[in-house]
Design a protein around this ligand. Structure first.
Ligand code: NAD
Length: 450
């Protein structure tokens, strides 16, 4: 379903009219392409006070941008605020960004680096938590298709002090066109658990970082799942695309297009995990739980079967297959599990008690299982929480609610399936070991649940 309003505001008369009426002005977002893989301009590296971590400059180099300490028109600004530990120190954040924020190029990126608020030092905790409010507010006011995020670098458990080394894959993603529809997010990196024996795997081929890995994507015939399959294939993975047998034709078309293997299978089947394991005899490096359904009704009108089917597809089958595939060792060490939540699971939504419960359940799953799966299996577990994404699912939403969903976010537009897929691919990177138990909203900083 085309976003006609976005086209209208892209024309001179449309822009004039909508400005006069005080209506939202969505900026067209630039996504990743082979020809333009990077942002267009330098990266301005600033520090508020004294940095508390080492290796920031090295981590920034992985972005592919020219890193500088002075730039007239930066495409990205990274503010190292890891050393901000007092309320007075917050003045350094203002002093660093206030003079340069206006110079950020359209479609630019601001990333603030912080550390985890300390349970033992309430002054440090206050100052570091303050960065969250700061980033979320700047995301709402910056406009012109630019985005703002906070990345927390772990301080504990690293011999020789904290290092930004583990932030490489995260900065590469956030400082690129791949994160076009991600804004106002807080990402908390973990120190790669030494006991897991899964230190970040260096990437040998940057153009195809998933080479040698098999990725299985559920619900891959169409929509977000098809985009995830496509992006993982682009990144070099061998892809197995799974969808219900009724969608076999569409599934085979998608799989053929990507050089993937089609696996027609209902993920709720009792033997689903066994059939997945049989389809991946060398194991799975990436498992993406994307299949999902809605059966909306207000609770008072919702029969038990509508409740049960949504919980079964969106949550129970995810729990069951994850447990069975981990136990069987099908997901190999260094593996990645990515599940699909939703902002409905964070904010709630009228008519979606079943759906929101299932998606909030996914958030509980990744937060609880992530640390244990890393320690026991060397596997990370994360989730994407899409906001309004242009797919068949959202095309079925009534017009007025659809239009509200599209505009009620900082970027004033819906996202595309590829935006969610790029976030999944970031979780899947071999050097994303420090990204675990996280839920990344891909929602343009939706006002729902903000
Ligand atoms: P979609 O309906 O276009 O695609 C979902 C796919 O999952 C379909 O191909 C369907 O056949 C498949 N599927 C459903 N039940 C299955 C089962 N039992 N076994 C195997 N496959 C099954 O939906 P979409 O918009 O692409 O959404 C993908 C995921 O993203 C879902 O989990 C959805 O809840 C979530 N999500 C979507 C949005 C959005 O705006 N589109 C927002 C938040 C979350």
């Amino acid at each position: 379903m085309a976003d006609r309003y976005l086209h209208l505001t892209g024309t001179a008369p449309g822009r004039f009219l909508t400005r006069r009426l005080g209506l939202p002005q969505p900026a067209p977002l630039r996504r990743w392409t082979l020809e333009t893989p990077h942002l267009d301009g330098p990266l301005l590296h600033l520090t508020a006070g004294t940095s508390a971590v080492t290796g920031v400059a090295e981590a920034l180099m992985t972005s592919g941008l020219t890193v500088t300490e002075r730039a007239d028109r930066p495409a990205a600004i990274v503010l190292d605020a890891t050393g901000v530990a007092t309320a007075a120190g917050l003045g350094d954040v203002h002093a660093a960004l206030h003079p340069v924020v206006r110079s950020l190029a359209p479609g630019g990126r601001i990333v603030v680096l912080g550390t985890v608020p300390s349970p033992d030092d309430h002054h440090q905790a206050a100052a570091q938590q303050a960065l969250e409010g700061f980033v979320r507010s700047l995301g709402k006011e910056i406009g012109r298709g630019s985005t703002v995020q906070l990345v927390r670098i772990p301080v504990a458990r690293i011999p020789g002090g904290a290092s930004a080394h583990a932030a490489g894959s995260t900065l590469r993603f956030l400082l690129s066109p791949r994160s076009a529809y991600v804004s106002g997010q807080v990402i908390e990196l973990t120190s790669a658990a030494p006991e897991s024996g899964s230190a970040p795997t260096p990437i040998t081929d940057p153009a195809a970082p998933l080479t040698g890995r098999t990725a299985l994507v559920t619900g891959a015939a169409r929509g977000i799942g098809a985009a995830v399959a496509s992006v993982l294939a682009r990144d070099g993975a061998r892809v197995i695309a799974l969808d219900v047998p009724e969608a076999r034709e569409e599934l085979e078309r998608t799989a053929d297009r990507l050089g993937a293997t089609a696996l027609p299978l209902d993920i709720t089947a009792p033997d689903a995990a066994d059939r997945i394991a049989a389809a991946a005899p060398d194991g799975l490096g990436v498992l993406v739980h994307n299949a999902g359904i809605t059966r909306d009704r207000r609770l008072a009108n919702m029969p038990a079967d509508r409740w049960a089917s949504v919980i079964e597809v969106n949550l129970d089958s995810v729990l069951r297959t994850t447990d069975e595939l981990l136990k069987a060792g099908t997901i190999t060490r260094g593996g990645r599990i990515v599940a699909t939540a939703s902002i409905a699971g964070i904010a709630g939504n009228t008519g979606q008690t079943n759906y929101a419960a299932s998606k909030a359940g996914i958030i509980g799953l990744v937060r609880s299982l992530g640390p244990r799966a890393a320690a026991e299996h060397g596997v990370t577990v994360n989730a994407v929480a899409p906001g309004f994404i242009e797919t068949k699912m959202t095309a079925a939403v009534p017009l007025f609610i659809r239009e509200a969903g599209r505009r009620m976010n900082s970027l004033s537009q819906g996202g595309l399936p590829v935006d969610v897929a790029e976030a999944v691919a970031w979780f899947a990177q071999p050097d994303s070991t420090a990204v675990n138990g996280q839920v990344l909203r891909v929602c343009g900083q939706s006002l729902l649940g903000a």
